[in-house]
Design a protein around this ligand. Structure first.
Ligand code: PMP
Length: 435
């Protein structure tokens, strides 16, 4: 039974008492399907879980032991709300790899970058304020922004489309709407897999400045490039109008729950207050572990190994898509990160198809989950980060079979067939050339 149904039960004794902001929150039916997708016979190309089994556990064990032995009382104590100063310096060094010259004094450590999304949006937005975000956008950001209005700007193979951004910001201004944030994942996008071209970055920043919109740059995958490093971070180009969010979840492990925000100095004290109100401080223990990992251990080697592992899986997925998936289906070719964005012919419904896919023992995330406004119905996200290569190959083969059957069914029912020139009508702009 769909969980959304369960959450809205008429016999819920508290149903009239929930705050407006959480009343509309529902766990979708997708969640219920994912309970089935967790069965071992199903190949899940759905979740974006980093492959933590590749970490050197003996070394991680050494680090944990050292923290307890060398700084046990402090590591098991409350800490400052801004985060461990040693860790903040190490994070500043990490950001140098992306051209950022920041100060550890302007870093606030958070419980994953997910918490930073929540804190920053709460700091700036009142219910009804507008956040402009890529379409599609990271589903966890859409959840964090659920009390605000998200207005999507399309992406193409080169990331956020600056012309569409300009038009959207002008339209919203004309309509008297207050746009508070531009949320963007410029590198190895979740879910689209694309990277914002260097040539677009200045223009995006200039538009944000002109419209007095703060940029929220979310960059958990920036160090997971397979072919080359991505262009310099937006924050490197405009330190005054960009809040940069980083995370150790993909370059080390998500279980420590360590992310951070590098903010313009004027925002620092307020963000610390908001963070302390939420949780007093992040875990001293996991911050000490993360500090030692990056300060004293060969983390670059581990990261190189992770990049190689994910690149191999990406290659396997792209190869399998090319071999198996029928004409009329297109997809992105990520140069890093975890995700491939797939476009089915417009008349196919990825959400409706999911139940059939799970019956065929493969799972994905329907594209509609990545839009706040109902777009994305004929799209889906595949991730290659977690399953072993042979499982990825098998999963794509099963998915291709399901798509084939859907296309056959549509043909038999007289719907638009793949290859029909009409099928592109009604697509959001920007993806025409994606393959
Ligand atoms: N932003 C993006 C784009 C993500 O993909 C994720 C995790 N999937 C997050 C933020 C949150 O990551 P964490 O809280 O683990 O740092």
């Amino acid at each position: 039974m769909a969980l959304s149904f369960w959450l809205m039960r008429a016999d819920d004794p508290f149903r009239d008492r929930y705050a407006r902001g959480t009343r509309s929150m529902t766990a979708s039916e997708i969640r219920a399907l994912f309970a089935v997708a967790a069965r071992p016979e199903v190949v899940s190309l759905a979740g974006g879980m980093p492959f933590t089994a590749a970490l050197p556990f003996d070394v991680v064990g050494d680090v944990l032991g050292e923290v307890v032995a060398d700084e046990g009382p402090a590591a098991l104590q409350y800490a400052g709300g801004q985060g461990d100063p040693r860790l903040r310096e190490v994070l500043t060094d990490l950001m140098r790899h992306e051209g950022i010259r920041g100060s550890g004094g302007d870093v606030v450590v958070t419980e994953g970058s997910q918490q930073a999304l929540d804190l920053i949006s709460r700091m700036f937005c009142d219910p009804g304020d507008v956040i402009v975000a890529e379409g599609p956008s990271y589903v966890g950001a859409l959840s964090a922004f659920s009390q605000y209005q998200v207005c999507h700007v399309p992406l193409d193979d080169d990331g956020l489309d600056p012309d569409a951004l300009a038009a959207t910001l002008e339209r919203l201004e004309r309509d008297g709407r207050r746009v508070k944030l531009l949320y963007t994942v410029p590198n190895f996008h979740n879910p689209a897999g694309v990277t914002l071209a260097a040539s677009r970055r200045e223009r995006v920043l200039e538009l944000a400045r002109r419209h007095e919109v703060l940029v929220l740059e979310d960059n958990p995958y920036g160090m997971l490039g397979f072919e080359s490093d991505p262009p310099d971070a937006l924050r490197a180009l405009d330190p005054e109008n960009v809040v940069y969010l980083g995370s150790l979840s993909k370059v080390f492990c998500p279980g420590l729950r360590i992310g951070w925000a590098l903010v313009p100095p004027a925002l620092r004290e307020r963000l610390i207050l908001v963070k302390e109100a939420a949780d007093l401080c992040s875990s001293s223990f996991t911050q000490a572990v993360a500090y030692r990992w990056f300060a004293n251990y060969p983390w670059k080697e581990t990261l190189k190994g992770l990049r190689e592992l994910y690149r191999e899986r990406r290659d396997v997925m792209l190869e399998a898509l090319t071999e198996d998936v029928p004409d009329g289906v297109t997809w992105t070719r990520p140069a890093g990160g975890f995700y491939v964005w797939v476009r089915l012919p417009d008349h196919l419904d990825a959400r409706a198809m999911l139940a059939k896919a799970i019956t065929a023992r493969v799972a994905y995330v329907p594209g509609g989950a990545f839009y706040a406004d109902g777009q994305g119905g004929s799209c889906l996200r595949l991730s290659y980060c977690f399953p072993a290569p042979d499982r990825i190959r098998e999963g794509v083969r099963r998915l291709a079979g399901v798509i084939d059957e859907e296309l056959d069914l549509a043909r038999a029912l007289g719907g638009l067939a793949a290859g029909d020139p009409d099928r592109d009508q009604g697509r959001p702009a920007g993806w025409g050339g994606v393959q």
